[in-house]
Write a protein that binds this ligand. Structure first.
Ligand code: 9WN
Length: 437
């Protein structure tokens, strides 16, 4: 069973490979996406260390002078394939842009974590070809950008667009996005709807505001502290990934003879500040709307992802919430993206209920970190099973496992492959074709 899933996952990654990077999905997502590439590299490390390195190094090659890694690196000037495309961003006209056309926004910082995992899959080869020496300066510049340009209020990383959170239409963004003036509906192009059901994608109303907000950010020259930006949130999953990547940066620094202490101190600071996002009565972390100073009180999977951090004070509370009726760990299919008891949960719509494979993978690591190995193994098993059964869907119904969104989605294939192949993630014997562990 797992051998079949493994070879099908490899096939998906082969078909989506574009020579130096992997598209998230043919058709729907025809360029390189930032946090996708990091998740994909984690799977590719089992196939070819060089390919995994290239995947990460190609996103790093699109770094801006200020250190930002862009949400999307456009693979061609083909403006019609995805909206907003290179013609919308006109990145070459903006100061400090790289030579490749890119979006101006960012995505969650999982790259240093991925670089460390790629290195650890084959340390000899990685040392021999100088991978960590090559990527460390760019990763450190990325984290410097985050610290100096995106952490201005000291409570966490500030994100200026729902796309930056990677969880675009999460119910958490409904209230803050209300403030955003939208573009006229008739100006909106939706090439995405050629590849996915209307009912499974954000609405035109959402897009109107997404585009209005992206245009406002572009037109102020990507000035992160511009007081006129109408959307500014701090998000727990992004903060947790930032902390975890800062930890990875410290390990990378030490491995190449650099000073790890600043990264360790920074990580501690991030984890301490994360507590500002804890909401006791929800039993999980929740985003903060920086412009109102208030918590956005929805229970979403983002608020559970800090479980991956070893030293948070609320791991027992998070485990309780995960096992409770809202997320049904061990009973639902993987973990839903939104509280199953919420009135407006939608089991088929994107980040408003369905289960996603990247969040399952992160939570699986969190469960192991906190010693819940049986539940981690069960989640790993579900991840692999539903990845295969859904033909590597973008996301699945949290109760039935029915496939939604795009198929042959790269991070679904990559993370299933990682679970199947990785001893570190504690794969159960039934999913390891070579019978390790
Ligand atoms: C906008 C590529 C990306 C993921 C995001 C996911 C979706 C894009 C979209 O696809 O977002 O970035 O068009 O919906 O929400 O997490 O990185 O797979």
């Amino acid at each position: 069973m797992s051998a079949l899933i493994e070879s099908a996952a490899i096939q998906v990654l082969r078909e989506n490979w574009r020579g130096t990077y992997t598209v998230p999905a043919r058709g729907l997502y025809p360029h390189q996406w930032s946090w996708d590439s990091a998740f994909i590299a984690i799977g590719l490390r089992h196939l070819s260390p060089r390919r995994a390195q290239l995947e990460l190094e190609s996103i790093l090659s699109a770094q801006w002078q200020d250190g930002r890694l862009p949400q999307i690196v456009f693979s061609s000037a083909d403006d019609g394939a995805y909206s907003p495309g290179p013609g919308f961003w006109r990145s070459q006209l903006l100061p400090g842009s790289p030579s490749l056309p890119t979006a101006g926004l960012i995505q969650p910082p999982n790259h240093a974590l991925a670089a460390l995992l790629v290195h650890e899959a084959n340390p000899e080869e990685s040392h021999r070809n100088g991978f960590l020496d090559r990527v460390y300066p760019s990763l450190a510049a990325w984290h410097r950008y985050l610290r100096t340009r995106r952490a201005t209020h000291g409570i966490g990383l500030e994100l200026v667009h729902p796309w930056e959170t990677g969880m675009d239409n999460s119910p958490s963004w409904d209230a803050p996005i209300e403030r955003v003036p939208g573009v006229p509906i008739e100006e909106i192009e939706r090439p995405d709807l050629l590849h996915a059901e209307v009912s499974e994608r954000p609405s035109n109303q959402d897009y109107s505001r997404y585009l209005g907000l992206a245009a406002a950010y572009r037109d102020c020259g990507l000035d992160d502290t511009n007081p006129s930006l109408p959307f500014r949130v701090v998000d727990p999953a992004t903060t947790a990934l930032w902390a975890e990547s800062e930890r990875a940066l410290g390990i990378i620094a030490r491995a190449i003879g650099q000073d790890a202490v600043p990264h360790e101190q920074e990580r501690r600071r991030i984890v301490e500040n994360l507590e500002a996002q804890w909401v006791e009565h929800l039993g999980c972390y929740a985003p903060i709307d920086v412009l109102t100073g208030r918590a956005i009180e929805h229970r979403t999977v983002s608020g559970l992802i800090p479980l991956m951090l070893a030293d948070i004070p609320h791991s027992d509370d998070l485990l309780r919430t995960l096992r409770g009726p809202g997320f049904r760990l061990g009973h639902a299919v993987m973990v839903p993206s939104y509280d199953l008891e919420a009135d407006d949960v939608d089991l088929a719509l994107y980040w408003r209920g369905p289960s996603w494979f990247n969040t399952a993978w992160l939570l699986m690591r969190g469960l192991r970190t906190h010693g819940a190995h049986e539940e981690a193994n069960a989640l790993a098993e579900q991840l692999v099973r539903h990845a295969g059964a859904s033909e590597f869907a973008e996301y699945v119904d949290p109760l039935t496992g029915a496939a939604h969104g795009s198929r042959a989605f790269s991070w679904t294939a990559a993370l299933a492959l990682d679970v199947i192949r990785s001893e570190e993630t504690g794969i159960t014997a039934s999913y390891d074709p070579r019978g390790r562990r």
